[in-house]
Design a protein around this ligand. Structure first.
Ligand code: PMP
Length: 350
C-alpha cells in the first residue's frame, strides 16, 4: 500500500464484478442478455457524426430524458440518467441515503451496497432474508435512514409484490425507499406508477439487462422532481457530462423498439422456465426466479466444486462464498443453444 494513498483509498474493499474472460466461453456469470441490441440502436450509434463527437454532449441528456419519460408516462423532471445504474446508485447513496440513521438493506442482496456505504461513510443495518429467501418488509426497523432493495432481489431472483412495496412506502414515509429494478423486466412489477403518490420513492432501472446494452452503460433513477434535483446536484459536482453521445443516441433508440424488447424478454423468460424445470428434474434445488438468472443448488450441495468443473468445460457461472448461498450457483439465462449445452454438461457431470 503506497504512503501516498488517502485514508479513504486505504479503507476501501472494492466490489469485485463477475469475470469478463478473454477466451470464448459460454458466459453465464454476469446476467447480460444473450441477444444483440435492437438493430435500431446499432443504426442510431452508427449515425453519430464527427461534429457531435467534437463537441461536449448534452449535459443533462435532455432528449433521452424526454424519450424515457414519454415511455413511462412520467415527466422529464422525474428522470435522472447515468452511466449505468451503478453510477446512478452511487449518486443515490451520496445524495439521498447518507442520513443520521442507518440505511437498511437485505442480507442477502446486491453486494455493491455495502461498498458504497464504505466509500461514502454511511452507517447500515441488514435485514436477514426469511428461510425461503424472501424480504420480510414487516421486519424493517422503524428508525432507519433509508431503505434499498432490488426487485427482484439479487442473486436470489425472488420478487416482491407491488402491494408489499406500497406497504414499505406507507410504513416509512420519512425514509427514502430505493427499489433497484435491474431485473424487473423478467417477471416483477415495476414501482414506477407509485412515484406520483410517494415523494420518498426512487426507482432505479438499467438498459444493461433486458435491452442488451451493458456495454453502453445507461441507467436511470425515477422519482419526484425534488429527489431528482438532489441527484443532479451530486452529478454536477462530479461529472457534468456522464452520458456520451453514443449512449444518449443509442438509449433513445432502445426505447423506440418495443417489439424487439418484448421478444427478447419473452425468450429469456421461456428459457428460464425450461431450464428451471430440467434442473429440478436432475435433482437440483431451484429457487423460483423472476429475473434473468437462476440460483440453483446441485444435489449434494457442493456448488464450489461444480463451478470448477463447469469452468473446465468452458462454461462460466457465478459462485458466491457467502453464508446461506455458498451451496448455490447463480446461472445467467443464455441463448437457447447455450442453455441446451449447459444442461447437457450438467447431465454428464451428475
Ligand atoms: N443493480 C443490481 C441488483 C445489479 O445486479 C446490477 C448489475 N451488476 C446493477 C444494479 C448495475 O447494473 P448496470 O450498472 O449495468 O446498470
Amino acid at each position: 500500500m503506497s504512503r501516498f494513498w488517502s485514508d479513504t483509498a486505504r479503507r476501501l474493499v472494492p466490489y469485485v464484478p463477475g469475470e469478463q474472460p478473454r477466451e470464448t466461453l459460454i458466459k453465464l456469470n454476469t446476467n447480460e442478455c444473450p441477444y444483440p441490441p435492437s438493430p435500431r440502436v446499432m443504426r442510431a450509434i452508427q449515425e453519430v457524426g464527427g461534429d457531435e463527437l467534437r463537441r461536449y454532449p448534452n449535459p443533462e441528456s435532455d432528449a433521452l430524458r424526454c424519450a424515457v419519460a414519454d415511455y413511462h408516462r412520467i415527466e422529464p423532471s422525474q428522470v435522472f440518467p447515468g452511466n449505468g445504474s451503478d453510477e446512478v446508485l452511487a449518486h443515490i447513496f451520496q445524495g439521498l441515503l447518507k442520513q443520521q440513521r442507518p440505511l437498511v438493506f437485505p442480507d442477502i442482496t446486491y453486494s455493491f451496497y455495502p461498498v458504497w456505504c464504505a466509500l461514502y461513510d454511511i452507517d447500515y443495518e441488514t435485514l436477514p432474508l426469511t428461510e425461503d429467501f424472501r424480504i420480510d418488509v414487516g421486519a424493517i426497523p422503524r428508525d432507519n435512514g433509508g431503505i434499498i432493495f432490488p426487485n427482484p432481489n439479487a442473486p436470489t431472483g425472488c420478487p416482491l409484490p407491488l402491494a408489499e412495496i406500497r406497504r414499505v412506502l406507507l410504513g416509512h414515509p420519512d425514509s427514502v425507499v430505493v427499489v433497484d429494478e435491474a431485473y424487473v423486466d423478467f417477471g416483477a412489477e415495476s414501482a414506477i406508477p407509485l412515484i406520483r403518490d410517494f415523494p420518498n420513492l426512487v426507482v432505479v432501472q438499467t438498459l444493461s439487462k433486458a435491452r442488451s446494452l451493458a456495454g453502453l452503460r445507461v441507467g436511470f433513477a425515477f422519482a419526484q422532481a425534488e429527489l431528482v434535483e438532489a441527484l443532479l446536484r451530486v452529478k454536477n459536482s462530479f461529472n457534468s457530462y456522464p452520458l456520451d453521445v453514443f449512449a444518449q443516441r443509442g438509449a433513445v433508440a432502445a426505447y423506440q423498439d418495443e417489439a424487439y424488447f418484448q421478444e427478447c424478454r419473452a425468450r429469456v423468460i421461456a428459457s428460464r422456465e425450461q431450464l428451471a424445470l430440467a434442473l429440478s428434474d436432475l435433482g437440483y434445488d431451484v429457487l423460483p426466479s423472476a429475473a434473468n438468472f437462476l440460483l440453483v443448488s446441485p444435489p449434494g450441495g457442493d456448488a464450489a466444486a461444480l463451478f470448477g468443473r463447469l469452468r473446465e468445460r468452458g462454461i462460466l457461472v457465478r459462485h458466491f462464498s457467502r453464508p446461506r448461498i455458498d451451496r448455490f450457483l447463480r446461472i445467467s439465462i443464455g441463448s437457447e443453444e447455450e442453455c441446451a449445452t449447459l444442461l447437457g454438461v450438467l447431465k454428464e457431470l451428475s
